[in-house]
Design a protein around this ligand. Structure first.
Ligand code: HAM
Length: 416
């Protein structure tokens, strides 16, 4: 039996890498004062049909449940967030700064960087129209990537503004019902042959291509970059009006993050969606919002191919795996005494391991090294004393078994 296409098994090393990614995500989101929340993984299909846009609806993992409901595995978090905010908005002081780490499902054509399940960090600010929120959000996104050891040499945030394009379409008298279609064509233009985009754009093609080539002017985006410059982060951003984002609900600032070498798909993307909450609540609650999501798949690939980021991940995993004490059972008749001590260590929060079955002492020390134990405690002929060995320095001494608990903290602190 094999797993389904686009679904991953997480063996211990993969799980350790995943935990490392989650830990960095959480740590930086908290540094920015964001609080964690989550939604359900299954939602009414309607939620996405209404709001995410055609591309995501084509990619839904959806089915009819046993209660005849049309349901879908969540392909993204933003519609759930908008639904939750519309229902609970009164309970919280604005602006809200919420983050979440969870798994998402899209029935996509499998390709490098795109699977049928992936994890995302989502960070959203709700209830703030000021551009300061846009700057804060982009800064957070940059700092999340810096936490993995990436620098401005490895990634770039391409910022854009949907208002720039809607102003342009208004000027050209394009009816509002066609805007979405034009924006989608611009979004895809970087990944499609020029002729195909030109066909979709029709009469607008020449003027749009000329803007894309020369780069548009936007006061709002200049201000956004200035705000980041004030924080020393300007080298991480560039204005690129070619970014409009595939999702239908964005209204203003939008951005996507790419590796500098241009080898991978987008690492993260987001923007303002000031109308989504009002639309989902049929006008009952109206609240500006903005956010981004970063996926684990491209991020993992970029970490793997960036030596210093990879080293950081490997060090973090090795540190996290280390145990404190390995108990060597040299004489089987001491196993009971050793286990009584092990139980106490574990109750006090130490990470302790020992051989489940009789094994040669040399082998046990080897295991202790492999597990990264700082200290080995040997139960054998020395009883009622125990031999304690600091594995890094090979220093060893004898201690009464009764004294071991009160001394272990000191021994471990000297061995780190
Ligand atoms: P998105 O651009 O669709 O945005 O996804 C965000 C990130 O999730 C992408 O940049 C990519 O890293 C990752 N991702 C998406 N699909 C896949 C896939 N099939 N396989 C692997 N990784 C994937 C959103 O989802 C918006 N809801 C973000 C947002 C939050 N906007 C406002 N708040």
């Amino acid at each position: 039996m094999q797993s389904l296409p686009g679904f991953r098994d997480f063996l211990p090393d993969d799980c350790a890498a995943r935990n490392y990614i989650f830990a960095c995500w959480r740590e930086v989101a908290r540094r920015y004062g964001f609080v964690e929340w989550d939604g359900p993984v299954l939602e009414p299909t309607e939620l996405y049909k209404k709001k995410s846009g055609a591309e995501i609806v084509d990619q839904l993992f959806n089915f009819i449940d046993k209660g005849e409901r049309e349901v879908a595995m969540r392909p993204e978090l933003t519609p759930s967030l908008a639904r939750v905010i519309a229902a609970h908005e009164r309970e919280f002081k604005k602006p809200l700064k919420w983050f979440s780490t969870g798994q998402f499902f899209r029935y996509e054509k499998q390709q490098r960087g795109r699977l049928r399940e992936h994890f995302q960090l989502n960070c959203d600010i709700i209830g703030e129209t000021n551009l300061a929120a846009d700057i804060e959000l982009v800064a957070l996104c940059i700092d999340v990537l810096r936490a993995f050891g990436f620098t401005e040499k490895e990634f770039v945030v391409r910022v854009s503004d949907r208002d720039f394009w809607t102003d342009f379409l208004r000027e050209k008298d394009v009816p509002a019902h066609r805007w979405d279609e034009v924006l989608q064509a611009i979004d895809k233009s970087g990944r499609e042959p020029r002729e195909k985009t030109a066909e979709k754009l029709g009469k607008l093609a020449d003027s749009i291509f000329s803007i894309l080539n020369s780069g548009g002017k936007s006061q709002k985006l200049d201000q956004l970059v200035d705000g980041l410059r004030g924080r020393g982060l300007a080298d991480y951003v560039t204005i690129d009006v070619g970014i409009v984002r595939g999702l239908a609900y964005y209204t203003g600032t939008v951005f996507e993050v790419f590796d500098r070498a241009g080898k991978f798909r987008a690492i993260a993307g987001g923007g303002r969606y000031d109308n989504l909450i009002a639309q989902l609540s049929d006008g009952a609650v109206s609240m500006p919002a903005l956010g981004f999501a970063m996926g684990d798949v491209v991020l993992g690939e970029l970490i793997n191919q960036t030596p210093h980021a990879r080293q950081k991940l490997e060090n973090a995993i090795a540190d996290d795996r280390k145990i404190d004490i390995y108990v060597v059972i040299a004489k089987e008749n001491r196993r009971g005494d050793a286990l009584a001590q092990i139980q106490q260590f574990r109750e006090r929060g130490y990470r302790v391991d020992y051989p489940l079955a009789s094994e040669k002492v040399g082998k046990q020390f080897q295991t202790a090294e492999q597990l990264g134990a700082r200290v080995a405690a040997l139960y054998g002929d020395e009883w009622p004393q125990v031999k304690v060995k600091t594995l890094a320095t090979r220093e060893e001494f004898l201690i009464d078994n009764d004294e071991l608990q009160s001394h272990i903290g000191h021994v471990l602190s000297q061995s780190s």
